[in-house]
Every structure is written in C-alpha cells, then in structure tokens.
Design a protein around this ligand. Structure first.
Ligand SMILES: Cc1ncc(COP(=O)(O)O)c(C=O)c1O
Length: 449
C-alpha cells in the first residue's frame, strides 16, 4: 500500500522506526542504527530516557495542555526559571514555542515590536550571514543565507541583507590572525549597517556555531565580542540562534558562554526537548521585555501551542537529567575524543580538508584537493552517498552539500547524544570511516581496491 504521508523525499522508501534504545534507533526488521547525528542535533539524551518519559507521562496524566490565554502552568514557569537562572546576562524572560523556526519568527517580531514601542519605526532591516540556516518558515527563510533553500521562494520573502560568515577554514586570509580576521568581519558588518542607515537596522542575526548549512563552524575568538560592540555602537539588536548549537551541544548550556557575549534575543529548540517533545524558545532581554510590556503591554504574537504544558514538563526533565548526570563534562570529553580521532585518521587523507566544531558538535569538510580546497563536482552528490553508506552500516550522520556557497562543497555533521561512551565514539568513527571510503568508491572518486 502506498504511503499517504507527504514525506520529505516522497520517492525514497524509508525503513519504519519502531523503537529506541539508548543511542540507537531500531527499525521494523530489527536493524539497529547508532544515532550519531541526534537526528538533526536533537536527541541529546538518546531515545529511551526513563526520567524524561516519566515526567511527560506525569504531566499528561495531570494536565496535558492549557491554553496560555487562560492559564499559566507550573511546568512552563519552572522551565523558564531554570533557563533564566543559567542564561547569559541580561536575558530575563522566555517565550515558549514549538520548534526552531517559530523561535526565530518570535525573535524577529520581538525585535521589530521593540523598536516600534520605542518610536524607532524606521528600524526594519535584518542583517544575517551567508551560508546560515535559521529555519524554513517565511521569515526565518528570508533571513537565512543559504542560496539554494531561498531561491524558489525569493519573490515572497521579506528583504534581508547578508554579510560574510565567520568561516576561518575558507575565508581567513593567508597570514591573517584570528584577531585581524574577526576585526575585518566586524568592519564588514559596520559598513553594511552604515550602508542601510543605522536608523533603519533592527538586528543582526547569527548562529553562534553554524550548523546544518556549513557543518559545525565555530567563530574565531573575539569575533562575537567585536560584533557585539558594532551592534551596540548603532543600537542594533544581536539575535543569536542556538537552535542547534545551544542546550549543551557545545559543552556549555548556551554556546555563546564560550564567546563571552550575551545577545539581546537568543533562540533555542532541538536539545531543549531532546526530541521527547517538540519545543523551542526565545529568550528575551530585560530591556526588550520592559519596553514592550511597559509600552503596549503585550507582545503582538501567539500560537495555539505556545507554552505547551507537556512539552515544558518534558524539556524540564531533559535539563534536569543533563545537570544531575553532569553530561556537559561528557560532551567536552567525548567531543575532544571524536575530533582527535578524526584528525588522526584524516591527517594525510587526500579528500578531508577540515575537522572542526565544539563539544559534541563536529563537522568534517570534504574537498577534491586539500591544497586548493577545491570542492567536488556537486553532481557527484558525495554527501548523499556518505549518508546512504553510513545508514547501510547502521550509522546516522547528517551530511549536506552546498557547504561553500549553497551549491558547492560537502560536509558531514556529527551530533551524537551526550550519553555516548568512549567506546560508542570509537564505533561511530570506525563506521563513518568505512562509509566515507565506500562513498568515495561509489561516486568514482577512488577506485575499488
Ligand atoms: C540554527 C537553526 N535555526 C533554526 C532551525 C529551524 O528549526 P526547526 O526545524 O525546528 O523549525 C534549525 C533547524 O535545523 C537550525 O539548525
């Protein structure tokens, strides 16, 4: 019988996932897959955490849902308190939504409403970075910098502006220090603000560590401090998108802790609910909150499922497990292990150009030529072959093409669960190596021995 589900890739036949056990997903034939990408950097506690399941059951039995125009719930209040106690300085309130794109939409509208309340109605432009991904709803897609994803929808997207990403492997010049590179990028942002007129710019939006579209690209030191200074100089808000990189993925609850900056708005999602419940959130600074609440009194927004009680209860349990089991220490240690294993194995490999990332957020970039960093012909679809070969070997990884400019380039994103053991990391790395080897053969890059 043909499926009535409108699948992502309707021509592809998918196995049926029937169970989860630790870091593995099991299909209906009994085959097991190590989830080395956490789906899309979601399942940070694996697939069978009993404490989270119990918390969800408990909430569903007591009160699954109450509309937020009538009630608040203990679950949402406690989760907001938990997040704000640990959030970067100045962030003071949490707007709960159901996923990443919704969190970005809320952030964009909060930025706009903040300026409307302040009487700065001309501030309407958003500046983001090329090769970024902020989601697929129209606002999020509009600010995203991935040319391929945007192209068919361009006529219906709001105008947005893009500057260079902080992508040291490809864009730092020979002989340029991190400091000079970061300054060059901050200057570029400043130029863009001046070109648009500072009085017309609402916010600069960036992923703290770039995820899906470029493969775990961390900023160089000082980059975000310099960016923050430029934003402050012109009264432009800084929105950090930690939907993929936040909630412990980099070894810090908030990725920007490592960069020593606090944004005005910060979006989180994936690891917040770890896949046990769909949930996202936008953390809002005291200044923005006070301006809106002290102005018109409320944020002119809302969805049916904001602040969903069961989603909040599940997410709170996820955060408690991370803290009680000291999983962020494991994220740091296992992340180091994974990157050093990959760097050792590929030190001389002709087709691996870069291994990067933070914590258990790791990217491997493939190149046709290490010296020139030339990428493979996109028609080879090397990234898709790696995904296929890995999956056949019982390994889920998250490869993507278009790494360099939306068209060219291939990378693999790894985001294993925080509960991985040292042995798991070794198994992941071994299976990935076999998959890369097989994919290079299957695409004709190397010949079968
Ligand atoms: C950095 C970033 N922002 C936003 C999103 C959109 O999140 P969602 O798919 O939950 O709408 C994603 C999803 O991959 C993401 O990685």
């Amino acid at each position: 019988m043909s499926s009535k589900v409108f699948h992502r890739m309707p021509k592809q036949t998918l196995p049926v996932a029937v169970a989860g056990e630790g870091i593995e997903i099991i299909d209906s034939t009994g085959k097991r897959y190590i989830d080395a990408s956490g789906g899309a950097a979601v399942s940070c506690l694996g697939h069978s955490n009993q404490r989270v399941i119990d918390a969800i059951k408990q909430q569903a039995q007591t009160l699954p849902y109450a509309h937020t125009s009538f009630f608040t719930t203990e679950a949402s209040e406690q989760l907001a308190d938990y997040l704000i106690e640990r959030a970067p300085a100045g962030l003071d309130h949490v707007y709960f939504v159901s996923g990443g794109s919704e969190a970005i939409e809320a952030a964009l509208k909060l930025a706009r409403q903040y300026f409307v309340e302040k009487g700065e109605r001309s501030r309407r432009h958003f500046i983001a970075r090329r090769q970024s991904y902020h989601g697929n709803t129209l606002g999020a897609l509009a600010i995203g910098g991935n040319a391929w994803r945007r192209e068919p929808f361009l006529p219906i997207l709001i105008e947005s502006h893009h500057v260079s990403p902080c992508y040291a492997y490809r864009e730092r010049l020979d002989g340029e220090t991190d400091e000079v590179y970061a300054q060059r990028l901050a200057d570029e942002l400043e130029q863009k603000i001046l070109e648009l007129g500072a009085e017309n710019v609402a916010a600069f939006v960036a992923e703290t560590v770039v995820g899906a579209t470029a493969g775990a690209v961390p900023p160089v030191r000082e980059y975000f401090r310099k960016i923050r200074a430029v934003c402050d100089r012109y009264g432009v808000l800084l929105i950090l998108d930690e939907i993929m990189s936040g909630m412990g993925r980099t070894g810090h609850l908030f990725a920007c802790e490592e960069d020593g900056v606090a944004p005005d708005l910060l979006t989180i999602a994936k690891g917040l609910g770890a896949g046990y419940q769909p949930i996202g959130a936008t953390l809002v600074s005291q200044r923005i909150y006070d301006t809106i609440v002290g102005g018109s009194g409320y944020f002119q927004h809302g969805h049916t499922y904001i602040g969903h009680a069961t989603a909040c209860a599940g997410a709170l349990a996820v955060q408690h497990v991370i803290a009680e089991d000291r999983l962020l220490d494991n994220v740091q240690a296992r992340g180091e292990q994974l990157r050093s294993r990959l760097r050792e194995r590929y030190a001389q490999h002709p087709y691996v150009g870069d291994v990067r990332g933070r914590g258990l957020f790791v990217g491997v970039e493939l190149v046709k030529d290490r010296a020139s960093k030339a990428s493979f012909d996109p028609s080879l679809k090397l990234h898709a072959a790696i995904k296929r070969e890995a999956f056949a070997r019982g390994l889920m990884v998250y490869p993507m093409g278009g790494t360099v400019d939306g068209q060219n380039g291939d990378h693999i994103l790894l985001a294993p669960p925080f509960i991985c053991t040292a042995q798991d990391i070794d198994t992941i790395e071994d299976r990935l190596a076999a998959a890369i080897g097989a994919a290079l053969e299957a695409t004709g890059v190397t010949k079968a021995a």
